[in-house]
Design a protein around this ligand. Structure first.
Ligand code: ADP
Ligand code: MG
Length: 747
């Protein structure tokens, strides 16, 4: 440490570092070797970092211009901040309530002033000596409030004593002369400042980094070398440098991700399994001959793609997407029949028991009595009575049942298949990847896998989250659908329309139909866990959230609905209760369900025609669309009332209008992605597979991802093991480690 600079508190202190090693650092060098055991332990605790690569991929989340640091008067309470400012005044006073002293330091950055408070048990003269008015320093801590004022209590700090202290080796001196200061995600013990200092130190001893992006690709996209990119992202001299670095790292991220997915895809393909093809005059032919309708063009195409996969000796890994009612089940069933023709069985996994039961009913109906008797579709769930379960297990192990339908209970060790040829998973994102793996191991040979989803998946999400699967899409619905009419009910403009909603609902019920009333909350105090509510605007916050308990109670006492059976359904109920309510609604014993978003997925009650969504502005675009898909499923036209207090012209009102204006789920999914931009979307779809994208924005970078995917395809198809590019192979391995690390920190 140079004599003129002073470091205090838990700050990083260059002087306590181990003597620099001569060997340059690589990404795999442990932090223990690079920075010493104390620092390594601290970084492991704070961020689960182990290696130099981990530290260097802790990218700045922002940059502060040294001359115009974030104005001090605009910092937000609760934030961990690092500021560089001048000390304006210092005073010490006794605490009034208990023994001890408070040192209050006022700092200024020219734009605003801010108070630092240090509490001490006795006099803090030493601190007064360090923090003299006129000195400049860096101050890190969490913004709190004290007696109505924002302040930093007991911040870590480091003062710069003289502008001349140019000791080149002291990073603390050199760094503070850089025009841009990187701001890192920090914790109370690891401040942005200490991270910057450590990263700088590591960078100076860093060897040239190997490049995961091949030269030709780098030239084509005008990218920096990896070494430059890493240096500039952490230590830019001007904004152009960090932007160039971000561009390079953004492409690199897309590239590594796509290569990883392509590799996974190609390795899965390399596994050997038995092709499953229909036999002439077999089950599939008989089914097709008896089918009372013709397949839509999209269904036809998907069927061909699936049959093509299953005729190969490598297992199918395909995602079949199409909206509710688009005819996925028929397409999947045809695949099951091809498997049955080859002597094999299919396991159909549904996310809930109710949906498993529903699948059994619709498949049995589709098969017709003869095929159903021969193929014996069987329900196998945890809740079956013992005798029935034993029978189902027996049919499964003997191979008598060619189609076994259940929830994840199908994964339990007690279930053995005679010859499992195909796994169909309904609604992928409710199923973990590991569960899918477990089921794969059930067959003697790896079974073919078909994942069905009714949530339209935007192109970029499909490429990133499901990038290891082939995708088939059904866009058009079978003709003859009655459709759904969606109407926005803007209560802000027409408060009196509130009564009319219920009169309208009563009219539908009078026709012998059923309805849903959807609320964002369970009770006045409890929001439904499942509902990822849109943030409330200031306007929206004025009224309390519509909730199931209150609405249920009110509707029961409401004259036009007198005599109708109205029940509540929400996520706080046990699954038995939920199933019971859902089943009696399906059986027509309940007229109106007042519910939260628990009714969102897969519920099929053809007689339900009306849906009222209260506080519609609190639901996302896709969620509204999914909810709406619960009505108008049978021969009766659907009616969806999107009730909102949002004002005309507000963004949330606009969003609801967009949903009302189209039934095209794919368009709405793209819109949703553009609105939500990132984050949640990926999180939802990932089912626990922590993909942490730093620079890529799935909403904006679609073209870039597609280009990277194309290039990845070329590379991996020529070199599945990626032996020609060790740097890329390492980057893929590191990426996997990194997702694990993200989970560690989250947990
Ligand atoms: P999904 O599984 O995508 O929700 P289903 O396969 O359950 O859709 O189909 C919904 C309904 O439409 C079912 O009653 C099915 O028999 C019927 N259906 C499927 N495909 C067609 C078609 N091409 N023409 C007419 N009706 C169809
Ligand atoms: Mg279905």
């Amino acid at each position: 440490m140079t004599g003129s600079s002073a470091a205090h508190g838990p700050e990083f202190d260059g002087a306590s570092l181990p003597a620099p090693e001569l060997k340059p650092l690589t990404l795999d060098t442990t932090l223990k070797i690079a920075l010493g055991p104390a620092r390594a332990t601290a970084l492991r605790k704070a961020f689960a970092m182990e290696t130099v690569g981990d530290l260097l991929s802790h990218y700045p989340r922002d940059y502060a211009d040294r001359e115009v640091l974030r104005p001090l008067n605009q910092v937000t309470p609760g934030a961990n901040i690092t500021v560089i400012a001048d000390i304006v005044s210092v005073r010490e006073r006794r605490m009034s309530s208990k023994p001890g002293t408070i040192v209050e330091v006022v700092i200024s950055d020219g734009g605003g002033e801010f108070t630092l408070t240090f509490f001490g048990k006795k006099s803090q003269q030493w601190r007064l000596d360090q923090l003299r008015p006129g000195l400049r320093g860096s101050f890190s801590g969490k913004v709190g409030r004290y007696q109505g004022q924002s302040q930093l209590a007991n911040p870590a700090y480091k003062t710069f004593e003289s502008e001349e202290e140019e000791a080149r080796d002291d990073p603390s001196v050199r760094l503070r002369h850089k025009p841009l200061i990187p701001i890192y995600a920090a914790t109370a013990s690891e401040t942005s400042w200490s991270l910057q200092t450590m990263i700088d130190l590591v960078l100076r001893r860093m060897d040239t980094l190997p490049d995961p992006v091949p030269d030709d690709l780098r030239a084509e996209h005008g990218l920096l070398t990896h070494t430059e990119a890493i240096r500039w992202i952490h230590s830019p001299d001007n904004p152009a440098e960090w932007m160039a670095a971000q561009n390079t790292l953004r492409f690199t991220e897309a590239w590594v991700l796509q290569c990883a997915l392509m590799q996974r895809h190609s390795l899965a393909r390399e596994r050997r399994t038995r092709p499953r093809v229909p036999t002439p005059g077999g089950y599939l032919e008989r089914f097709d001959a008896a089918l009372p309708f013709v397949l839509t063009v999209d269904q036809e195409i998907c069927a061909v793609e699936i049959a093509g996969d299953m005729s190969q000796s490598g297992p199918m890994n395909r995602l079949l997407q199409g909206e509710v009612g688009s005819g996925k089940t028929v397409v999947a069933l045809r695949a099951m029949l091809a498997v049955a023709d080859s002597g094999g069985q299919t396991a159909l996994l549904a996310p809930t028991e109710v949906l498993a039961g529903q699948h059994l009913r619709s498949i049995t109906t589709l098969l017709g009595p003869d095929l159903a008797a021969e193929l014996m579709p069987t329900l196998l769930t945890g809740k079956l009575p013992v005798a029935q379960k034993r029978k189902a297990l027996l049919r499964t192990v003997s191979g008598q049942s060619r189609i076994v339908i259940g929830t994840h209970a199908l994964l339990s060790d007690t279930v053995t298949f005679f010859d499992l040829g195909l796994i169909v998973i309904d609604e992928q994102h409710r199923f973990g990847v590991e569960q899918r793996e477990t089921l794969r191991l059930k067959g003697a040979e790896p079974p073919h896998v078909l994942v069905m989803t009714a949530t339209p998946i935007p192109r970029t999400i499909a490429m990133t989250v499901f990038g290891d699967l082939d995708v088939s899409t059904i866009r058009i619905l079978p003709a003859g659908r009655q459709g759904i009419t969606s109407i926005v009910v803007p209560l802000a403009d027409h408060p009196d329309w509130f009564q009319r909603i219920w009169t309208k609902l009563a009219e539908e019920l009078a026709l012998g139909r059923q309805g849903f009333v959807v609320c964002p909350a369970i009770s006045p105090a409890e929001v439904e866990e499942d509902a990822e509510l849109a943030p409330a605007s200031e306007d929206d916050k004025k009224t309390p959230l519509a909730n199931v308990e209150t609405v249920h109670e009110r509707l029961r006492g409401f004259a036009p609905l007198a005599g109708y059976r109205i029940e509540a359904l929400h996520g706080r109920m046990t699954s038995e209760e939920k199933d019971r309510i859902m089943q009696s609604f399906a059986a027509g014993e309940i007229d109106v369900l007042v519910a939260t978003t628990v009714i969102e997925v897969g519920v099929d009650v053809p007689n339900a025609s009306a849906m009222v969504v209260l506080d519609a502005e609190r639901f996302g675009v896709s969620q509204l669309h999914q909810l709406r898909g619960r009505v108008g499923r049978g021969g009766v036209p659907g009616l969806c009332l999107l009730v909102t207090n949002s004002r005309t012209g507000s963004p949330s009102r606009q969003r609801i209008g967009d949903v009302a204006a189209t039934l095209d789920g794919f368009r709405l999914a793209e819109l949703d992605l553009a609105l939500r931009r990132e984050g949640n979307v990926l999180g939802d779809m990932q089912s626990g597979e922590g993909t942490s994208l730093r620079f890529l924005r799935v909403a904006e970078d679609g073209d870039l991802i597609a280009e990277a995917r194309q290039a990845a395809f070329h590379l991996v198809s020529g070199d599945p093991g990626i032996h020609t590019n060790p740097a890329l192979r390492d980057a893929i391995a590191r990426r996997l480690n990194e997702s694990e690390r993200t989970w560690l920190v989250k947990g």
